[in-house]
Design a protein around this ligand. Structure first.
Ligand code: GUN
Length: 292
């Protein structure tokens, strides 16, 4: 049997069409949603992500501004820019692309962003709010995964979910969102002993480890939903060398799983979609505050 494909491109197109309608409504109330993206340095992957984020805003009818800084920038310059943007009522979302160069203290930068404009959901207060089930901006990748699971009619409540990866961007917030949706969650990572023993009992397996095609069919429970957050290049010497691939060996897992996300075209498009959704929500909150 071949797994059902959870199509992130199709879902993303649907959600973005709805967002574009809501953008028109909030603009009619005199508020144009605006996202500011800050990029420091010349990491090529970050440059692609930032370009896609800006383009996504424009396609949805939102404003987007981009500030680029060289890799050797004094962190104070970026912190000053964030302070200026925090005070600017026409800006609804501020995103600093990670990773930052080594002279930056990541935590200091993320916490300089106003909680109300933290559309990445990385500020400690938003993380705390998420962990307590309060209204918060949810980090975009795990938020997009939850949407994919919902759209694919995957039962989360009561499911055994295994998340591989414990990053602040994906693994930890993913575990939090799944817990809140009623799953029993295990978080695995590089120190986990006998990873396959965990993955084989997962009804929902979320993989975010950054290792190409690491999860193979024999590590997956028959019928499981497998969500691949990885974005890698196929290593030299293997067929299709250099092409995009995930952390999951799609070819072997698709014959075991019940549902699976492809790479590309699975989680990736949903990440930017949820960023746009968070920016819109921030603009809608601003319109409420203005009483328009
Ligand atoms: N780097 C990798 N993923 C992300 C993300 O979702 N947001 C930001 N700001 N940086 C990232």
């Amino acid at each position: 049997m071949s797994a059902r494909i959870l199509d992130g491109n199709a879902l993303s197109a649907d959600v973005r069409a709805q967002l574009a309608e809501s953008v028109k409504e909030v603009k009619a109330r005199g508020v144009t949603p605006c996202l500011v993206v800050i990029l420091v340095g010349d990491n090529p992957a970050s440059a692609v992500y930032v370009r896609n984020k800006v383009a996504g805003c424009e396609k949805a009818g939102m404003r987007s501004l981009r500030f680029d800084y060289p890799a050797d920038t004094d962190p104070k310059r970026v912190l000053d820019k964030i302070a200026e943007l925090n005070a600017d009522d026409s800006v609804h979302g501020i995103l600093v692309q990670l990773p930052l160069p080594p002279q930056f203290e990541e935590k200091e930068v993320l916490e300089a962003i106003s909680v109300d404009k933290d559309v990445d959901g990385f500020h400690a207060e938003n993380v705390g709010r998420l962990s307590q089930g309060q209204r918060a901006f949810f980090p975009c990748t795990p938020h997009g995964v939850m949407k994919l699971l919902a759209a694919g009619d995957i039962d989360v409540s009561g499911a055994d979910a295994v998340v591989i990866g414990r990053s602040n961007i994906v693994g930890k917030p993913m575990a939090m969102l799944l817990t809140q949706a009623g799953a029993t969650v295990t978080v695995c990572h590089s120190k986990t002993r006998d990873l396959a023993a965990h993955t084989r009992r997962a009804d929902i397996l979320i993989v975010a480890i950054g290792r190409p095609m690491f999860i193979t069919g024999e590590m997956v429970k028959p019928g499981a939903a497998v969500i691949d957050v990885g974005m890698n290049r196929i290593p030299a010497g293997l067929p299709n060398e250099g092409k995009l691939c995930g952390d999951v060996d799609f070819a072997s897992v698709k014959d075991v799983a019940g549902a699976i996300t492809p790479v590309p075209g699975g989680v990736g498009p949903m990440t930017i979609t949820m960023l746009l959704a968070n920016t819109l929500e921030s603009a809608q909150r601003a319109a409420e505050r203005k009483g328009v």
